[in-house]
Ligand binder design. Structure first.
Ligand code: BGC
Length: 909
């Protein structure tokens, strides 16, 4: 009997298991509007070397009676594909819920069990699915920047099966049913190019609806729609009046349904939020709170009727990215009385969000919270770098009981908070800073034996958190907070290591396309609020090609290339229209923004803007060739290949001198020319040498700005100057990545010298302490020090095939820094296939390498050993291992291929 049980167990024991399933890159998304949803799954196994050989997807209309209600079955498909597989069943209906599951087979034909059942729900796909009408305050009654509130009640007579709310607004909204906030998102409906694409959100509100009467309430804030945007006090960018569109679809257990929506029967007034602005903050007067306004039975007799307006619904789109949610909370680490006598709380981290405060006092008392990123060199509260943004929240107390305040429609970028208005001692316990950012799953971690590098990684992550609030912004605090395209493209790869950013950027790229100008030029900021003249800068506008291609490489998503192809093409054609003899020599360009200007103001670090433009032109055309190839547009491949040659010839003629130098003898010039393959083979080594000499000439410092920096260390490593790249990373004096760290930074600064060694600040008009662009070094840290790379070959992208090349011998060229030598690096990435780990550690003269490779992927590992005989797994030489295939050796490494699983290797030197 015992043997029989063991046997049954062995037979039943799956070698492969479906751990997690995703539809449209999300877990059980509701309210999607794609007609062909895509399925992905993550597999696991206790064995090594496991691959999927086939899959079977089933989609059903009914969760309980799944099998008798199947709508579509893929059948058993022999395939290794497990990421982004298309639904291919009957047309999907608006608002319907669909259930799905998948089963897979391993390479030996052994099946998994069925996965858990997942679901997705369609949104209101057609305009006719919107029964609700746009409503707003009668304009003569609206008070500027105060938040209107709206309410209505409805009666439920039958038993509810499910209830789904779809909501959007002009301005920002929060909505309630029977007093409970719908969802936990902030700053909905998010920021898009509103006139062309306005997102709605979908919520399952079944549990909030009660039998009998129900109350719905909503409050609106000016937000991006009509609040202050851009530095000239510009407002009402999209329109003057806030408006609400909300509907709840009630499905009854008897099979009938009903839609409750905003209409003429709703009522409106103003409430406690008497002013709200993204840049300037919010004023809440609790005395004006309408107690219970969102509950059943509230007397709204003296409220105004709403105005029904005929705004278009054609621009309504589903939300595809994760909403902004609350994340980490911080308590003050210190209460400071500054030399100026201010009471200031230090939260220890430059973060983005707001401070929640608990307070008790008399009616009409108030508290004002002002926010700053830094204290000046004397320890005083410093807000000059915020320009006109007030970053100030004010709460006026109702009085009596303890009150809790937090703003609704604004956020601040801060580490320090100045408290005004309350007399007496400040109790730090009453203040909580809450970080807010788009709820993208964390995917990466990177740590080393060096604390400064770990701090740099921490700062990069916080730069990302603080600037990923529905759009990728340049900075989160001053009167800007815009979707600067250049910043976003330089940081993309780093961002994709730290967090799952595919949905976030796929959404934003749709706005890039939506706001692209008719002539193909791409605005500096997306959504475009700077007008059509602010467009077409090299390295900024190239976001149109760079990010779609990077999404494809990182996530294996080919759809993004199909979706953006026209936009990519239009951008490249626009550049061509700006050229003369294939030279891009027109237009205004930011160039190598914020590069280091030497003390004596000479121009040795400056790079000709048109030289830069030519490099980005070539890169965008190169991406077009690869994309066209992938999408089987052979005519375009031919056209762009010819064009690329001409661009490079023109570059050589104009920018390479007779003795093989570049006309701009700067680091960025050599970095870009080498990175984008602009130089003939025979002068590449020389160019790399000149780059290295240049860096030595600056005493091992970089001089690059936004465009050169992301590629600097990559180019050095690629051309054999890895030690120089590592020395640059470890450099602690200005300009360098670690200089701000040594100055106590907790985020990445906009400028290499945001604060000088003597404590002086850079010019206040441009001195953000939370700007992620220079954090782009994170990509090199993960890829080179950690060694995690995806193969870029077709069918291997998105980490289907992983190339692990950890650089373990990182020598420092600066003697003073020798103690900073790394002894270990741990890099991890949760890819679309599962977790990849690449850890290495030096102990004595041994090196340990521990790697983990997800099921259904393979990895090519470059082991830094001169002979295979020195490499062991446990006690055995890896040359004897059946799981490790040796495919080659170089002077300094042994190259092996491994399948999924964990491998703990030791190199015994
Ligand atoms: C922003 C940048 C942006 C730049 C354009 C600045 O105001 O903060 O990060 O890329 O303008 O040059």
């Amino acid at each position: 009997m015992f043997c029989f049980l063991i046997l049954v167990n062995i037979v039943n024991c799956q070698n492969i298991k479906v751990d997690k399933i995703l539809c449209e890159n999300r877990v059980n998304p509701i309210g999607i509007d794609v007609t062909v949803p895509r399925f992905s799954w993550i597999l696991s196994s206790r064995s090594r070397n496991v691959r999927q050989s086939a899959y079977y997807i089933q989609v059903s209309n009914n969760k309980e009676r799944f099998e008798s209600n199947t709508l579509w079955e893929s059948g058993k498909v022999e395939s290794e594909l497990s990421v982004l597989l298309n639904y291919a069943g009957p047309k999907l209906s608006s608002n319907n819920k669909y259930y799905w599951r998948v089963k897979v087979w391993d390479q030996n034909g052994k099946p998994s069990k069925w996965s858990d059942v997942g679901l997705w729900q369609m949104g209101p796909i057609d305009i006719s699915d919107w029964a609700a009408e746009w409503i707003q305050v009668n304009s003569e009654n609206s008070i500027e920047h105060s938040s209107p509130i709206f309410r209505n009640e409805f009666k439920v007579l039958k038993k509810i099966e499910s209830a789904t709310a779809n909501i959007t607004s002009h301005g920002l909204y929060v909505a309630y049913i029977n007093g409970h906030k719908i969802g936990d998102a902030y700053f909905t409906p998010g920021w898009t190019s509103y006139n062309k694409r306005l997102q709605y959100q979908t919520y399952d509100v079944t549990a909030m609806i009660q039998k009998g009467y129900n109350a719905i309430g909503a409050m609106l804030g000016s937000g991006w729609y009509s609040g202050n945007l851009v530095w000239e006090g510009h407002e009402n960018f999209y329109g003057e009046s806030l408006a609400l569109l909300l509907q709840i679809k009630l499905n009854y257990t008897d099979g009938t349904s009903e839609i409750i929506g905003t209409n003429k029967n709703w009522k409106t007034t103003t409430g406690e939020v008497i002013d709200s602005e993204i840049y300037h903050g919010e004023i809440i007067d609790a005395r004006k709170r309408k107690k219970g306004w969102y509950l059943v039975g509230y007397n709204d007799d003296n409220w105004e009727p709403v105005r029904v307006v005929n705004y278009s619904k054609k621009n309504l789109v589903a939300t595809i990215n994760e909403p902004i949610r609350k994340h980490e909370v911080f308590k003050p680490i210190e209460v400071i009385t500054t030399p100026d006598g201010d009471k200031v709380l230090d939260f220890g981290q430059n973060l983005v969000g707001f401070v929640q405060v608990k307070i008790k006092g008399k009616s009409g008392d108030h508290i004002i919270l002002k926010h700053a990123e830094v204290l000046d060199k004397n320890g005083n509260f410093y807000t000059e770098n915020l320009r006109s943004a007030k970053q100030e929240n004010k709460y006026i107390l109702k009085g009596g009981e303890e009150e809790i305040f937090e703003p609704n429609f604004t956020w601040q970028g801060f580490r320090y908070v100045k408290v005004e208005g309350i007399s007496g001692m400040i109790n730090p316990e009453d203040f909580t800073a809450v970080a807010l950012y788009s709820d993208m799953p964390k995917t990466g971690s990177f740590s080393t034996s060096n604390e400064l590098i770990n701090k740099l990684q921490h700062n990069i992550e916080w730069g990302q958190k603080g600037n990923f609030l529905d759009v990728p912004t340049d900075c989160p605090q001053r009167d800007e907070r815009l979707g600067w395209t250049g910043d976003a493209q330089v940081f993309f790869n780093t961002a994709a290591f730290n967090m799952k950013v595919d949905n976030f950027f796929s959404k934003w790229m749709r706005d890039v396309e939506a706001d692209q100008l008719e002539n193909g030029s791409v605005p500096h900021v997306i959504p475009n609020v700077l007008g059509s003249n602010a467009s077409g800068s090299a390295g900024w506008a190239d976001v149109a090609t760079i990010i779609p291609w990077s999404i494809y490489l990182n996530y294996g998503d080919k759809n993004i290339l199909k979706q953006q192809y026209k936009s990519m093409e239009a951008w490249v054609d626009y550049i061509s229209s700006q050229t003369e003899d294939y030279l891009w020599n027109k237009g205004s360009h930011f160039g190598d923004w914020l590069y280091y200007v030497p003390e004596n103001n000479d121009n040795s670090a400056e790079t000709d803007k048109f030289l830069i433009a030519q490099c980005f032109y070539a890169n965008s055309v190169q991406i077009m060739i690869q994309t066209a190839n992938l999408l089987k547009k052979q005519k375009d491949v031919g056209k762009y290949t010819v064009l690329l040659n001409k661009i490079k010839e023109a570059f050589a003629e104009k920018y390479i001198t007779e003795d093989g130098k570049l006309t701009s003898d700067s680091q960025t010039a050599y970095v870009l020319a080498l990175n984008f393959n602009m130089l003939p083979e025979n002068i590449r080594e020389l160019a790399a040498q000149r780059l290295a000499d240049n860096i030595r000439g600056y005493n091992y410092h970089l001089t690059t700005g936004f465009l050169g920096t992301p590629y600097l260390c990559h180019v050095l490593t690629k051309f054999g100057y890895h030690d120089l790249a590592f020395t640059l990373l470890m450099q602690k004096t200005y300009p360098s990545w670690l200089y701000p760290v040594t100055m106590g930074a907790t985020t990445i600064w906009e400028r290499w010298d945001g604060q000088k060694p003597n404590g002086d600040f850079q010019t206040p008009s441009m001195n953000s302490f939370n700007h992620y662009a220079y954090g782009a070094i994170g990509d090199w840290m993960y890829k080179i020090l950690g060694g995690i790379n995806t193969s870029e070959k077709v069918n291997e992208v998105g980490y289907k095939k992983i190339i692990l090349t950890p650089y373990i011998n990182n020598n420092l060229l600066l003697k003073s820094d020798l103690k900073d030598q790394l002894t270990y690096v741990n890099a991890d990435l949760n890819s679309c296939y599962g977790k990849i780990s690449s850890h290495w550690k030096k102990s004595g003269d041994h090196i340990k390498i521990n790697i983990t490779i997800p099921v259904n992927t393979t990895a090519e590992l470059h082991i830094p050993a001169d002979t295979i005989e020195k490499v062991f797994e446990g006690k055995s030489k890896i040359s004897d291992s059946k799981d490790i295939e040796i495919i080659g050796t170089t002077v300094s490494s042994v190259i092996v291929v491994v399948g999924s699983g964990t491998y703990n290797l030791i190199i015994k030197n």
